[in-house]
Design a protein around this ligand. Sequence first.
Ligand code: FES
Length: 356
Amino acid sequence: MTKTFTGVSKAPADGGKQFLRVKSVTEHFPGLKTFVFEADGVHTEKLAPQRAGNYIAITADAGESRVTRAYTLASSPKEAEGGIYISTVKKAGILSSRLVDGLRVGDVIEASRPDGKFVYDPARDCAHIVGVAGGAGITSMLSMAKAAEEGSEPYSMTLFFCVQNAYEFLFKDVLDGMRSGRVRVVYVVENDAPEWAESGVFTRELLHRYVGEECTLFACGGDALYRHIAGELAGDGLVRNMKFSANSVTDREDEEGRVFTLTVHLAGRKYAIPARAAETVMVAMERAGLAALSQCRVGECGFCRSVVLGGAFTAHPAHDKRSEEDKAAGIIHPCCTYPESDMDIVVPADPAAEVL
Ligand code: FES
């Protein structure tokens, strides 16, 4: 057994899990902190490699539940190789609030290896990339900028960092210290822009003023920003392709307040738990304290891949990444699936957790 800040894990670090110690904490404003993590030196000797744009999934006990949430990394591949991951956490939701309020230097947490599809692909993407970061969405963009600066990724980058008020610029000292010539940062402020920033929001005109070559656009900052960019750049010949960082799957509207019975087969046992139509099957299992396996929470990694024995469901249209073969075989990703009736499912157990 390993006791950590975020709970008790029965398994030491294996190929998929790491134990990370908090090396330092910086509070930017109330409710927003940056954590620097290192290997705990007991179960994890050396951090797993990280690519620019990756996340780690942190698993924790929260009340009666055991939950996993993905956090994007602001560190670069070379920083990870040198022994640290950096992540900024905003107080929102059960696990993030627990981390922001209670995680201290020296505490140990349980986390996944870095993973994710929000990364540069030389076969798909242009040699010049444009990053658009909205507020705290700077974390993964900072990771990508650092990678260009240190030469661990081959692209050059123009980064548009967009906020409402100038005090919201995080890591400005780090960005201003980039001198390789491979990264250009354009600060964009909606209200009372200082002289060193552009006034307003990201626009097609702003893009063309700063970027003169074909590019791939990466954006991180939420659905409103993505809709704005897609509308602004529709049909634009300068941008070859765009990639938006995935948001977590949230509750949906269900005015009838429907509640179904979810029968879960997990680690050789059977549980009957309530599942609200408004929430994903994964959230229902977490609320019931079941240690089902998850990682990305947005339908990408396949860690939560489960088999439906009976019942109706709806997969979130933007996050349903299942193959046609999986769909035909009755496979779902509980992290992005909502119940439409009583359901009976077989789910993989988290090997690092105690089964209740
Ligand atoms: S947790 Fe990654 S697909 Fe469900």
